[in-house]
Design a protein around this ligand. Structure first.
Ligand code: SME
Length: 163
């Protein structure tokens, strides 16, 4: 396990700021490129972030998420209605949802038997959910308040610059 998460996350936030700033006021396609870069960066730098991806709200459909840029094994869950699974619950409540042991969560959509835990952080702008950052881990109970603060900060920065 990581000795000093605060120091790691503080330094990663500086790098993430640089990735985001490359693209302020870019096109929608450019936004996806930056989101993908963030996924790759998080997956590479944090050893227990095994699947990192974004789900975005489909504005044409009522309360439905679609899979955006991601890094990790392909998933069959490319569309998730609000309320279903950990992703759908985070979208519905507009709150970060941490599950330290997915076998204990009844409303869970499994992507891979390797996954042991998950954290989902919504992207919120003016009280509306626009999407979310979803991270699966192959480690049991890896997430602390430091992960929550770190990922919520990233989502705030993304909403401010890209959405
Ligand atoms: N496990 C999620 C589904 C998405 S995958 O993790 C990529 C859920 O329960 O909503």
């Amino acid at each position: 396990m990581i000795q000093n998460k605060k120091a790691l996350f503080d330094s990663l936030l500086k790098e993430i700021e640089k990735i985001i700033q490359k693209n302020e006021k870019g096109s929608e396609n450019h936004r996806d490129i930056i989101l993908k870069e963030i996924c790759q960066f998080l997956n590479q730098k944090v050893p227990y972030y095994d699947w990192v991806g974004f789900y975005l709200v489909d504005v044409e459909k009522n309360r439905e998420l679609y899979l955006g840029p991601y890094v990790g094994e392909p998933t069959e869950h490319t569309r998730i209605p609000f309320g279903r699974g950990i992703c759908g619950q985070a979208a519905e409540t507009k709150k970060t949802f941490i599950v330290q042991d997915v076998t204990q969560e009844a409303n869970y959509l499994s992507c891979s038997p390797k996954v042991k835990s998950e954290i989902v952080v919504p992207l919120i702008k003016k009280g509306e959910v626009l999407g979310e950052l979803d991270i699966d881990s192959h480690t049991l109970s890896p997430f602390t308040e430091k992960d929550r603060e770190f990922l919520e900060k990233i989502c705030e920065m993304l909403v401010e610059s890209l959405f």
